[in-house]
Design a protein around this ligand. Structure first.
Ligand code: CA
Length: 224
């Protein structure tokens, strides 16, 4: 899952980004309203965290412009204000939810997970592909009931594959949803992570779960 953080206070932005990364999300930063618009238009984000008070263009304006342009990912507004008026204005400009600063990071994460579940066909807390199960809130993957020891990045990659089980996912799709804007397309880091996952799945006696489609990408067997 790839998230855009539009926040001009560097300390807060870095704190959120670091926390999201630890959870396996890919996250990019925009420090102004226009930059948020630019990045959200250029990239395929799964969620936008949008601060209200941004230089150049405030969160309300960014939100309504993105919605007018067809941006369909969930938007979580972050605001230092907690007046009813601002909350209403935020939701009416196209945000799905809001969080008042200061907030507990655990709550931010829970709201992010809840918003990601509002997308079509993704209401479940547990993702399955045959004997493979991913508990999203707990960040735990298991195969036939036995837990797989995965890093946050490996979990994020496996989650993306399971969400798209039975379908070919290209390296570009993986890079866009599992890695952030600093991803170097010249490296073989995706193949390296695919191999980590394969090794761990094979240890759990599941062979050929992730197949390579030559010249295209990878596909996860739907009936592991
Ligand atoms: Ca701000």
């Amino acid at each position: 899952m790839r998230i855009l953080i539009a926040e001009d206070e560097k300390k807060i932005a870095d704190f959120i980004r670091r926390g999201l990364k630890e959870e396996g999300y890919a996250a990019d930063l925009a420090a102004s309203g226009p930059k948020a618009l630019e990045l959200a238009t250029e990239n395929d984000y799964d969620l936008l965290l949008l601060d209200l008070m941004l230089p150049g263009k405030d969160g309300f304006a960014v939100c309504s412009e993105l919605r007018a342009a067809g941006f369909s990912a969930p938007i979580l507004m972050l605001t230092a204000k907690d007046t009813v008026e601002d909350k209403v204005k935020g939701l009416d400009s196209g945000a799905n939810d809001y969080l008042t600063k200061p907030f507990a990071f655990e709550e931010l994460l829970a709201r992010v997970r809840a918003l990601l579940r509002t997308r079509p066909g993704e209401s479940s807390l547990v993702l399955k592909a045959g004997a493979l199960e991913l508990d999203l809130p707990a960040h735990k993957a298991s195969l036939s009931g036995r837990e797989l020891e995965l890093s946050a990045k490996e979990f994020a990659l496996l989650e993306y594959l399971v969400r798209n089980k039975g379908r070919i996912v290209t390296r570009t799709m993986i890079a866009e949803h599992v890695w952030d804007i600093n991803f170097d397309t010249g490296t073989n880091v995706i193949d390296v992570y695919i191999n980590y996952l394969r090794r761990k799945l094979e240890k759990g006696r599941a062979k050929g779960v992730i197949q390579t489609v030559r010249g295209k990408g990878y596909v996860l067997k739907p009936d592991v």
